[in-house]
Design a protein around this ligand. Structure first.
Ligand SMILES: Cc1cc2nc3c(=O)[nH]c(=O)nc-3n(C[C@H](O)[C@H](O)[C@H](O)COP(=O)(O)OP(=O)(O)OC[C@H]3O[C@@H](n4cnc5c(N)ncnc54)[C@H](O)[C@@H]3O)c2cc1C
Length: 413
């Protein structure tokens, strides 16, 4: 490998993707300057650690890759170099042990992100990465220099290559605000609008239902939607009634398809089976069973196990007459249609879809229109469900971009 220490590479964005690109580059002796708009790096990564840092997943490769939907091929290419096992080994190399949860998800033993980030930053600093905080990248000037607003004067620099790892568009207060998108579009780098992914949805609840049930989990429940072919796609799990609609793991898992239906049709229907594990016939039998002087509410509770928020949902959607009509009530229990009006704002979402399109990049993630400019992480146009798939692809793409820079610098040399 030719001497690379004469080259300087700017990494913009200190999330998992940017830090990984920095690691690949510093290991080969390149001078690495990492810039971030925030006072410290890795803020979203740290937040991800609050609810239990889910690093990756042990699902077998075909299923794992399929989680990236339309972008499975592009992500698979990146994972060749850094797959879930490689990621776990890398974490172990930082002195952090991992374990596999019952769902196949992989976590650090203490579930936290902070010790991992601390160890990683120390290793990067010791290796020579220079960190420049409170440097907000603004774009390029007429001479092609990178422009940064800082706490003092505007800074302009011309590194030999740049990796943009600016994150998606959710949780803007942690740094990734998506403001880079029009800047790149102006340079002719095709980028799709950012949209909420792994997000909640709006439902027009009555004031009564909202007051009584907001914050309550609905579980167990099967939720589903009809795909383009009219097939019912269903999953079992749980979700939460929010002030404005629905949120939580089961809704997030279906959110990509639901969002696209809303984009196409103006609304989407989420169909709920409130009595999973009981057939429609069995539910009808139980509902129609003579109940004597018992109220319908206590009849439903004892016969079908429906009470609380589930009963509230039935009241919300059924008229008084239908509620006492066994056929209609049983049908609603097995297939209650919730009309979703819109995705919740992107800022609340776990992640975002959209971003720099792979068509605008070569296989090393270098912009075809701007040689020497590489992109990585959530700012690329892919999406995936929660379960560690997000971080895995962010890390892997940072590595791909870092290696791409090395190839490119070698070609220059
Ligand atoms: C609540 C929550 C929980 C999550 N939990 C998990 C989980 O358990 N597992 C999982 O796989 N994923 C999880 N994620 C998603 C995961 O954290 C992100 O996908 C990941 O952090 C994205 O990495 P990134 O490096 O692409 O971008 P980011 O981590 O967003 O980093 C981008 C960086 O770029 C900087 N930046 C942006 N614009 C500029 C600019 N103009 N100038 C300079 N700097 C700029 C930002 O300050 C930021 O530091 C979670 C997300 C959230 C919100």
């Amino acid at each position: 490998m030719p001497e690379l220490s004469k080259y300087t590479v700017a990494i913009v964005g200190g999330g998992p993707a940017g830090l990984m690109a920095a690691e690949v580059l510093i290991a080969q002796g390149v001078q690495v300057d990492l810039y971030d708009a925030m006072p410290s790096v890795g803020r979203k990564f740290l937040l991800a650690g609050k609810g239990g840092m889910n690093l990756t997943h042990t699902e077998a490769k075909p299923g794992f890759i399929a989680r990236y939907g339309a972008r499975a091929a592009q992500i698979e290419a990146m994972l060749q170099d850094f797959d879930p096992d490689g990621l776990r080994n890398w974490v172990h190399g930082l002195g952090i042990q991992t374990f596999v949860g019952s769902s196949g998800r992989v976590f650090p033993t203490d579930m936290k992100a902070a010790p991992l980030l601390r160890a990683w930053l120390k290793r990067l600093r010791d290796a020579g990465v220079r960190f420049h905080m409170r440097h907000r990248w603004l774009g390029w000037d007429e001479a092609g220099k990178l422009r940064f607003s800082t706490t003092q004067d505007e800074l302009r620099i011309q590194p030999d290559a740049v990796v943009l790892a600016l994150g998606g568009g959710s949780w803007a207060r942690l740094g990734s605000d998506g403001k880079w998108l029009p800047v790149l579009q102006q340079q002719g780098i095709q980028s799709a609008p950012l949209q909420a992914a792994n997000c909640g949805f709006e439902v027009e609840w009555s004031a009564h239902f909202r007051e009584r049930h907001a914050g309550q989990p609905v579980k167990p429940v099967v939720a589903g939607y009809r795909d383009n072919q009219g097939q019912l796609q269903q999953r079992q799990g749980e979700f939460v009634i929010s002030e404005s609609g629905v949120e939580g793991s089961l809704v997030y898992a279906l959110s990509s398809a639901l969002r696209e239906q809303i984009n196409a049709d103006g609304s989407a229907t989420l169909t709920l089976d409130l009595a999973p594990g009981k057939s429609a016939e069995r539910v009808l039998e139980e509902v129609a069973h003579p109940r004597g002087s018992r109220s319908m509410a206590s009849h439903l509770q004892s016969k079908v196990g429906i009470a609380g928020v589930k009963a509230g949902l039935l009241h919300e959607y059924l008229s008084k007459e239908d509620y006492t009509h066994p056929d209609k009530l049983a049908a609603a229990i097995k297939a209650l249609p919730l009309r979703l009006l819109a995705a919740r704002p992107i800022d609340e979402a776990i992640s975002s879809a959209g971003g720099v399109m792979f068509e605008a990049l070569d296989e090393h993630l270098m912009a075809r229109r701007m040689p020497g400019v590489f992109c990585a992480g959530e700012m690329l146009d892919w999406e995936a469900p929660t379960g560690g798939y997000l971080l895995t692809a962010c890390f892997a793409s940072g590595r791909t971009a870092g290696r791409g820079v090395l190839n490119w610098l070698q070609a220059q040399a």
